[in-house]
Design a protein around this ligand. Structure first.
Ligand SMILES: Cc1cc2nc3c(=O)[nH]c(=O)nc-3n(C[C@H](O)[C@H](O)[C@H](O)COP(=O)(O)OP(=O)(O)OC[C@H]3O[C@@H](n4cnc5c(N)ncnc54)[C@H](O)[C@@H]3O)c2cc1C
Length: 407
């Protein structure tokens, strides 16, 4: 309740129950903040393995956060630790390696199929005490009222309205909330299509994740349970149809040519899912009694594996500020959120974008510089340490829930 105006709307409306909105709802429930979570899609308790082929690389900080809000126990049995990350560019001489043991940790992060994270969140949501959940329920309109917003929501039972002190836009890349707030978004089309699938390499990746850059676009391979690996292969958008039509053998051959033979023969590619790649960044994170989190705030190139990691830090920072606040939409609170998220957000977006731009530019003159940069990361201890900390998701002023003392 708002002590200055007891009649003012109260509570938080989270629009979008994707990975980030669901995480925020759980964190608010745990902190005793009254919230409503709505999603246009119905909850999926029965996702079959083939429904979602994405495999997420979760930074160490993310796993700390998921543990703190009680989600990780539902997911950890399906997760695989990343103990080494290897980065290089085809044709350049430099390469960089990050090793968990060199940085005094048991894992730099973990991989987890996206559907497993979705299921774990779903299970944890079912145990929430104070959260109100509406799904399917689509936000159709937002109007300002004294001390908050009136939201018009369409459900199968009919139209409902909610008056709330704070609206959180967790509604993804094409956020309705962002548009309704009049917040512009900067867009960049990478002209690339990304294919994700799971395959079996001849040699066990054994906890090693690989990122390779080439003129044709980046490729990443993540270690998974049962000796499988998650492959993320980027192709120029103009070749997407041709690649989508390849049979398994031809696709495995393409993956082999792009990835190389480091793990022996790449076999048994599973179902392939194409994704168009864009960068969409909101020019502001907050509006009057409204805030953006996750992909609604920033959608980044997936090859850096930063989208959910960044979005969870948005969600947990916001939950930390809302816990115990009298007025959930107070301008000072929202400004504090925007200020705290700025260094992490800008640093991560610049790194993701810059890396893809530099690593994919085919200018031969840049090759020695790229190689030197990779060698420097590999050999200079202070750079290594900085890169490792950032790679593990400890950047800017992280939310309390993700922190841990590192050696
Ligand atoms: C191929 C690929 C690989 C990736 N790999 C990684 C990785 O390894 N690591 C990583 O950290 N990130 C990764 N990402 C990024 C990550 O998946 C996203 O950043 C994250 O899922 C975004 O979650 P979100 O909840 O913000 O948005 P979304 O998942 O887009 O969820 C938005 C939700 O809002 C709902 N919604 C929209 N409009 C309305 C409305 N009007 N009313 C009600 N509900 C609405 C939608 O139904 C949806 O459920 C990857 C992305 C891709 C594409």
């Amino acid at each position: 309740m708002n002590a200055n105006n007891p009649a003012a709307p109260c509570g938080v409306l989270i629009v979008g129950g994707g990975l980030v909105g669901a995480s925020l709802a759980i964190a608010l429930d745990a902190a005793g903040v009254s919230a409503t979570l709505l999603d246009a899609a119905a909850p999926r308790r029965d996702a079959a393995p083939s429904d979602e082929e994405r495999n997420l690389a979760l930074a160490r900080a993310t796993v700390n956060g998921l543990r703190a809000i009680g989600v990780w126990p539902h997911a950890q049995a399906r997760a695989t630790p990343i103990i080494r990350i290897h980065v290089n560019r085809t044709g350049d001489f430099g390469s960089a390696r990050l090793d968990a043991d060199r940085h005094g940790v048991d894992a730099l992060g973990w991989t987890l199929p996206a559907r497993e994270l979705g299921q774990a969140l779903e299970r944890r949501l079912e145990a929430c005490h104070t959260l109100t959940r509406l799904a399917p329920a689509e936000l159709q309109a937002l109007e300002p009222v004294d001390g908050g917003w009136r939201a018009t929501v369409r459900t199968p039972e009919g139209i409902r309205t909610h008056e709330v002190a704070l609206v959180v836009g967790a509604d993804g890349t094409e956020s309705f909330v962002r548009e309704r707030l009049g917040i512009a978004a900067e867009r960049h089309d990478y002209g690339q299509t990304l294919f994700v699938c799971t395959l079996t390499p001849e040699r066990d990746p054994a906890g090693r994740a690989f990122e390779r850059f080439s003129d044709e676009g980046p490729i990443a391979l993540l270690p998974l349970a049962e000796r499988r690996a998650g492959l993320v292969l980027t192709v120029p958008a103009g070749q997407a149809e041709e690649v989508a039509a390849l049979d398994d053998a031809a696709y495995a051959a393409l993956a082999q040519r792009r990835f190389g033979w480091r793990l022996g023969r790449l076999a048994r590619p599973g179902r392939r899912q194409p994704w168009a790649i864009r960068r969409v960044a909101a020019t502001r994170l907050v509006g009057p009694r409204a805030v953006l989190v996750g992909n609604a705030a920033q959608t980044v190139h997936p090859i850096g594996a930063q989208g959910f990691n960044l979005g969870l830090r948005d969600a947990l920072t916001l939950a930390e500020l809302l816990a115990g606040a009298e007025d959930h939409g107070a301008p000072a609170l929202l400004e504090a959120y925007a200020t705290r998220r700025a260094p992490d957000r800008e640093g991560t977006m610049t790194m993701s974008h810059g890396l893809v731009q530099l690593a994919c530019l085919p200018q031969p003159l840049l090759a020695p510089l790229r190689s030197l940069a990779l060698l420097a990361f590999d050999r200079v201890p202070s750079l290594q340490r900085q890169l490792a900390r950032r790679g593990m998701g400890f950047r800017g002023e992280p939310p309390q829930a993700v922190r841990e003392p590192l050696p």
